[in-house]
Ligand binder design. Structure first.
Ligand code: FAD
Length: 529
């Protein structure tokens, strides 16, 4: 498979075609893109529309762990953990340039912790079976200090080492979009779904509007899948007959905050997991792209902000707990970026409860009376299993003809090739086998930004050109938040790069590229409440 050039004019021309698609997907996060790729790989014709950028919603704001969920094991949810561990294996095999195994250490400060958690993690290994990434080991306190050089040594008893995975969420989403496109799907970002088309009482397509030109589109499809994340209820509302009462909301959003600090707070290649903080939550300190991610929180919130701000208590919690487990306590002034994601937690729906099939506690697929298929919940790691479940529902309802599944289990994504560890600063290795294509572009050796702590990696002029030519980037945020992850790693540096990136994009796109909105966004990512 080669990297297709994806000029926007050509994408929009296909969107104007007078035809009936098999499947139209609303939302270009992990869930929608997973559905699009699975359907395209089975030979269905697919169109996917994303109102903003691919992964701009929750799917670029995860902790970036490809994991079975150690805490679900503690809750005895064996089926869920086994499914997620199998999916972890598939993700790492299909996208080794952006998803890799990562060793974790749980430090123990009480005599019983090492044994207690170690036994649970041995069970975790057993559930992974042949998809296991490495065996769990009990560690003495010296070994914990060697593997986690930044750990708080006072009172340390020992620890447990186990294996999970980590990934670059936004780049993985882009690879799903591009791989689906290479298989014939039409994936368009910055194009919002504005309404649903009906034939009698059945949904038969949608209307959409290009976020750049304002052009309106009518897209006919046999089956419409609503994968709009925490925004699914707004799309379900488009399915409401005139005068009918509003349905109860399906999603109760909960926000999670991450703080990013320099690598010096947790040098080395191991992540730190605290399974139970003072108030019973899980805390991660994860080396990622040359920095350390600290998080996260779980705070219900009533609104559905596109860029939610952290609450003061959430920031205080992460800094306070980090100070307990790291030998150098990060201060507010050490935070390079703060970002917030909304989890789409599902509440059972009264009206359609009969029609609701919860295959796991984690995600829900709901087929409305009109045939609108809504999917939400779950996690990044299980996107592929969720996609199979969605297509099963579409086929069971007769919206799509039956075609065998399992086709994405071993389907390498574009550029799939083993890469350098994701704990290292971002660089050409993230492009896998597409690195030569990247290097063939002008500016391959012109670095706009270099990782100062390591002196390696960074953002090159060619990466910006690659983003515009091959990755459907349309603005500064598309490049600096999701193709490069600089906004998430160092928001002040990202703001400094806005003008040079805009200048390159202007050459590539042949139109003015504003920077104002991005500079305001980068200011938000630097601001602690
Ligand atoms: C703090 C946090 C940490 C997490 N950590 C992990 C982790 O470590 N590992 C893991 O496996 N999972 C993790 N998750 C879960 C995971 O991130 C989510 O389950 C997943 O990203 C949800 O993807 P989605 O596609 O359903 O939603 P989204 O990514 O939000 O995608 C929905 C998309 O629909 C678009 N949309 C909305 N309305 C319209 C419309 N009218 N027209 C077109 N498009 C529309 C939105 O713009 C959005 O891009 C985490 C979640 C959070 C919040």
């Amino acid at each position: 498979m080669t990297s297709a050039l994806l000029p926007r004019d050509a994408l929009l021309a296909r969107l104007r075609e007078d035809r009936v698609w098999d499947l139209a997907v609303v939302g270009g996060g992990a869930t929608g893109l997973g559905v699009a790729l699975d359907a395209a790989a089975r030979g269905f014709s697919v169109v996917l529309l994303e109102s903003h950028d691919f992964a701009e919603g929750t799917s670029s704001r995860a902790t970036k762990l490809a994991h079975g969920g150690v805490r679900y094991l503690a809750q005895g949810d064996i089926g869920l953990v086994r499914e997620a561990l199998a999916e972890r294996g598939a993700m790492l095999a299909n996208a080794p340039h952006v998803a890799q195994r990562l060793p974790f250490v749980m430090p123990g400060y009480h005599w019983w912790e090492r044994g207690f958690y170690g036994i649970g993690l041995k069970a975790y290994d057993a559930l992974a079976g042949r998809r296991g990434l490495g065996g769990t080991e009990w560690l003495g306190s010296d070994r914990v200090r060697t593997l986690l050089p930044g750990v708080q040594p006072r009172g340390l008893w020992g620890g447990v080492k186990y294996w999970d995975g980590q990934f670059d969420d936004a780049r993985l989403a882009l690879l799903l979009a591009r791989t689906a496109s290479a298989r014939g799907a039409l994936c368009v970002n910055h194009c919002a779904v504005t309404g649903l088309l009906r034939d009698g009482d059945q949904v038969r397509g949608l209307t959409a509007r290009c976020g750049e030109s304002g052009e309106a589109f009518t897209v006919r499809a046999r089956c419409v899948v609503n994968a709009a994340g925490v925004w699914v209820d707004a799309v379900r509302d488009m399915d409401r007959a005139p005068g009918a009462p509003q349905r109860p909301a399906m999603v109760a959003p909960s926000q999670g905050v991450h703080l990013v600090v320099d690598r010096r707070f947790l040098p080395g290649t191991h992540a730190l997991l605290v399974p139970k903080t003072a108030d019973g939550r899980v805390l991660f300190a994860v080396p990622w792209l040359g920095k350390t991610i600290l998080g996260t929180t779980d705070t219900p919130r009533g609104d559905l902000a596109r860029e939610p701000a952290p609450f003061a208590a959430e920031v205080a919690f992460i800094l306070r707990e980090s100070a307990r487990y790291l030998s150098t306590a990060p201060q507010r002034s050490d935070v390079r970026s703060v970002w917030v994601g909304l989890r789409p937690l599902v509440k059972p729906s009264g009206e359609e409860a009969d029609n609701t099939k919860k295959l796991s506690r984690e995600h829900t697929v709901l087929v409305g009376r009109s045939g609108l298929v809504t999917v939400t919940g779950g996690k990044w790691t299980t996107y592929r299993a969720m996609a199979e479940d969605v297509l099963d529902h579409c086929m069971a309802r007769g919206l799509l003809e039956r075609r065998a599944g399992g086709v994405t289990e071993r389907l390498p994504l574009l550029g799939a090739a083993p890469g350098r560890p994701l704990t290292e600063p971002p660089g050409e290795h993230l492009y896998g086998s597409e690195a030569p294509l990247l290097r063939s572009l002008p500016g391959a050796d012109r670095w706009l930004w270099r990782d100062t702590e390591s002196g390696q990696g960074g953002l090159s002029e060619a990466m910006v050109r690659f983003a515009a030519r091959h990755e459907m980037a349309r603005g500064v945020a598309d490049v600096l938040a999701r193709r490069s992850r600089l906004l998430f790693l160092d928001a002040a540096e990202a703001a400094r790069q806005a003008a040079p990136v805009a200048a390159i994009l202007e050459e590539e796109l042949g139109r003015p590229v504003p920077t104002g909105d991005f500079i305001a966004l980068a200011a938000q990512y630097q601001r602690l409440p």
